[in-house]
Design a binder for this molecule. Structure first.
Ligand code: GLU
Length: 581
């Protein structure tokens, strides 16, 4: 059914001057379980589940479901993600890949017109960019395999927030304003998130009964309610015949009920490397996050960073990132479709060879190396031509939770761009992703679009162990800058010896083997910037906040410190079950 703007407007209730949000605490230390997210309500949801006897997996799903309500432009059940879990009883790390997939109708020409790539923004705001959502299947697998609670319990806090409403924050209002044109395309989106075509002001209260309804149907009908029931039908209709506002147009997609019914999450072995006494566990392909962070760390490991001036260490961090990105950009994609040379990329010998390319001055741009020579299996050596890095948007959310029994979750999930495709599913209040624009639009490239394929991601939820026990977690939003934020935070924490809150707060420098390094407001002209310029580093003119990260630190005295953002994205929320030592 196609909803009209009028019908959807009834679903939205706006009350100006509502009470301001609860005060957020970005750092908390204590015992029992802990959580860090970017949303006070989401952290509270996780804490409530922990206090009710749920484990970290239950609490992570509860937090994620709440983030879907309060941060609907960066994540939700219309998207997908990657969850890394440390299981205390088994002393092992496992991952759940619930990345969106291309429908069975997809082809390598999906984003070409007359042989040329279509305009990126037009592709984003369309039914054609929507991948089959993986989030609900991922949550289901997490709860069934490793949780203790059912959907009914863990979705309850999010349903409450969607029903009662939440206050529009500065950042929410700002993100809506940035996306007005995209949201104006679609009737249900305009009705839910705009007023007279404009962004809601900070202080307005939004209720989302449609999303509460979707969660209720999942709570009572289970995972099938999403993938086979009326929600599935509504998704397919919205993709194939986008619910346009009068006079607007957008490309349609081609998704079927079978695409949804056939969707599977994948349980994957984590990707593992070692770094200065830590074991670092990350996400394997189709996310390039784990491999690229690991490769850059392997390159850095050969330098005595502690014994050198900070600017020189940061120069090496930037160059290691540049080299790892050259390989990432050339080789990595969905492993079910491409024989990516991950073993070579992770080899310490290959890292040594890449390290030898780092000079006293910043390189402008480096070529991909030859990781195939560093792995036993040299079959199907696809050596693609050098490619220009395709534009990648930078959004998403990351959360992390631990429980009193020592289970730990590091979880990043997304709908890709802010506001995804811009399509709110009529009647159900959630935005559909535009994850398929994470494919490279034209080949030859391992990451070209194909039927059933998962577009390459940068998401890098990470868990680090030391002496066989959890030491810290880290993860971030931010498209390709996810990788550099995770890498830089590990570098700040381990090599520069910063406490985790400072490691997170420090200015982010993101080098993706581009012409210039991405920086944040206030960095250019600083002493730190000038010191790096002496090594030949140059800064991108487009300056914006990079990645609101979240972390946990397991302290030697048995306490846990939850760390969220002190400044970015309107300040994050860190909570522990029992505060203090
Ligand atoms: N689509 C991105 C990825 O998978 C995540 C969204 C973002 O942070 O931009 O890497």
């Amino acid at each position: 059914m196609k909803a009209t703007a009028g019908a959807c407007a009834l679903a939205l209730s706006i009350v100006l001057h509502a009470p301001s949000a609860l005060a957020k605490t970005p750092v908390a230390t204590g015992t029992g379980g802990a959580v860090a997210t970017i949303s006070e309500q989401a952290s509270q949801s996780a804490l409530g589940i922990l206090n009710a006897g749920g484990n970290a997996i239950d609490a992570a799903v509860a937090a994620a479901a709440t983030l879907g309500v309060t941060d609907p432009f960066s994540c939700g059940i219309g998207g997908g993600g990657f969850m890394v879990i440390y299981l205390a009883r088994d002393k092992r790390v496992i991952t759940i890949d619930h990345r969106e997939t291309a429908p069975a109708s997809f082809t390598p020409a999906a984003f070409l017109e007359n042989g040329k790539p279509v305009d990126f923004d037009t592709a984003v705001a369309s039914g054609a960019s929507v991948g089959v959502p993986g989030t609900v299947r991922g949550w289901h697998e997490a709860l069934e395999r490793y949780g203790t609670m059912r959907f009914r319990q863990v979705l309850a806090p999010a349903i409450k927030v969607a029903d009662k409403g939440y206050t529009v924050t500065e950042i929410f209002s700002h993100l809506t304003a940035q996306n007005e044109r995209k949201f104006q395309l679609y009737a249900p989106t305009s009705a839910l998130y705009l007023r007279k075509g404009k962004a809601l002001q900070p202080g307005a209260l939004i209720r989302n009964p449609g999303m509460a309804r979707a969660y209720r149907e999942i709570a009572s009908g289970g995972v099938e309610a999403f993938y086979e029931g009326p929600i599935a039908r509504a998704i397919v209709d919205a993709v194939n015949k986008p619910p346009l506002a009068p006079g607007k147009s957008a490309r349609a997609g081609r998704m079927t009920m079978a695409d949804l019914a056939n969707y599977e999450a994948r349980i994957r072995q984590p990707l593992r490397t070692t770094y200065r006494g830590y074991e670092i566990f990350g996400m394997p392909l189709p996310s390039s996050g784990g491999a690229t962070v690991a490769q850059a760390l392997n390159i850095l490991e050969g330098f005595d960073l502690k014994g050198m001036p900070r600017a020189r260490a940061e120069h090496l961090y930037l160059e290691a990132s540049r080299l790892a990105f050259a390989d990432r950009n050339a080789y990595l994609a969905d492993p079910e479709y491409i024989d990516a040379p991950v073993a070579g990329i992770l080899s310490k010998e290959y890292a040594a060879q890449r390290r030898s390319l780092i000079g006293a001055q910043a390189a402008r741009k480096v070529s991909a190396g030859d990781p195939y020579s560093y792995q036993n299996d040299q079959s199907v050596p696809l050596r693609p031509p050098a490619v220009k890095m395709q534009r990648e948007n930078a959004h998403t959310t990351h959360l992390t939770v631990s429980d009193k029994d020592g289970n730990v979750v590091s979880y990043t999930f997304t709908i890709e761009s802010w506001g995804g495709s811009g399509i709110v599913v009529p009647g159900y209040g959630f935005l559909l992703n535009n994850e398929l624009t994470d494919f490279d639009f034209s080949g030859p490239h391992p990451n070209v679009p194909e039927a059933g394929k998962r577009p390459r991601s940068s998401m890098a939820p990470t868990i680090a162990l030391k002496d066989g026990k959890p030491a810290f977690t880290i993860g971030s939003p931010g498209g390709s800058t996810i990788i550099t934020t995770v890498l830089q935070t590990i570098f700040n924490y381990i090599d520069l010896g910063m406490p985790m809150d400072q490691a997170l707060d420090a200015p982010r420098l993101s080098e993706c083997n581009c012409e210039a390094t991405s920086i944040e407001p206030g960095f250019a002209g600083s002493e730190q910037a000038r010191a790096l310029e002496k090594f030949g580093h140059r800064w991108d003119a487009a300056v914006e906040e990079i990645g609101a990260a979240n972390a946990l630190v397991f302290n030697p005295d048995g306490t846990v410190t939850a760390v969220s953002e002190g400044k970015r994205h309107g300040v994050g929320s860190a909570l522990v079950q029992r505060r203090g030592h």
